[in-house]
Design a protein around this ligand. Structure first.
Ligand code: AMP
Length: 272
């Protein structure tokens, strides 16, 4: 497994290669990332993992400085997943001064996560496009856990005519149902118990839908009731393309939750 930190070196290494599967991450790898890497390994000749805590997607006052950085452990995980190359650039490699940057779309980029974290998706799209241009993958792997990010990356690939297949990977959870996240390591045991209310509320909502309750207002009320007392950013139900809807349509809807547990911001969702 090679570890490469400069753009020149990785471009040089990849220049004659094709069929590259690419998994962009911010590191602090867990089994969610492992699932992406497995998919990439099973379907490509070469697997590239990037680890870069991208400053432009963090807002002032967010956890950029304390975001977990666990490169030694990440190397072991990557090696077990049979990764060929880890791209591990520093910030000066990725950004200069006074740059052009991408802007997330006005509507789908400015609701939910885009509303709560203005500028976040501009940073995500900018770094992902840079990484795509460096790695030139045939397939790139993203988790459904970050559903709005995934939708916007697919839109970027479409709108900018990029020749990359975006592969969606389902959300990986701990046995108790908590969606895996690098930020879960901020949670104490008590926080974790509180956080479990999120996946439970999503499960209850799914049961309502299985029992033919399709009204978005009714389902949202039930979730808000399950989460009462928690510090909620949003509970929303939208189409898979992030348009607001009044009725759940099975196969084309998403239930999304973002909230804070004792200072840690968590997101989760259910694809219905
Ligand atoms: P991050 O390192 O948090 O930026 O995530 C890198 C990639 O892993 C993104 O495509 C995420 O959507 C994906 N990911 C994070 N957590 C999970 C999870 N629990 N299940 C599946 N994919 C995930």
């Amino acid at each position: 497994m090679k570890i490469i930190s400069t753009i020149n070196e990785i471009k040089d290494f990849l220049k004659d290669k094709n069929n590259i599967g690419f998994v962009p991450t911010m590191g602090a790898l867990h089994n969610g990332h492992v699932e992406l890497l497995k998919e990439a390994r099973n379907n490509n000749k070469l697997v590239v993992l990037s680890i870069f805590v991208n400053p432009t997607q963090f807002l002032e006052g967010e956890d950029l400085d304390k975001y977990p950085r666990t490169f030694e452990a990440d190397k072991r995980v990557a090696s077990l997943c049979d990764v060929d190359v880890i791209f591990y650039p520093d910030i000066n490699e990725m950004y200069g001064n006074d740059e052009i940057s991408l802007k997330a779309p006005n509507v789908r980029g400015s609701i939910l996560e885009g509303y709560e974290r203005p500028g976040h998706f501009d940073g995500v799209l900018s770094v992902v496009l840079k990484l795509f241009n460096i790695i030139k993958p045939s397939h790139a792997y993203f988790g459904r856990k970050d559903a709005q990010q995934l939708a916007l990356i697919k839109l970027m690939v479409d709108n900018l005519f990029l020749d990359i297949n975006i592969v969606e990977v389902s959300t990986q959870r701990d046995k108790d149902g908590l969606a895996l996240s690098s930020r879960n390591r901020y949670l104490s045991e008590t926080d974790r118990l509180e956080a479990l209310r999120i996946s439970k509320s999503l499960k209850n909502a799914t049961n309502m839908i299985m029992n033919k309750e399709y009204s978005v207002d009714v389902i949202k009320d039930a979730i808000l009731n399950d989460l009462s007392g928690m510090q909620i950013d949003y509970v929303e139900i939208v189409s898979r393309e992030f348009r607001y809807i009044e009725q759940v349509k099975i196969g084309d809807s998403l239930i999304l939750i973002a909230l804070h547990v004792n200072g840690t911001r968590l997101i989760d969702n259910m694809w219905v």
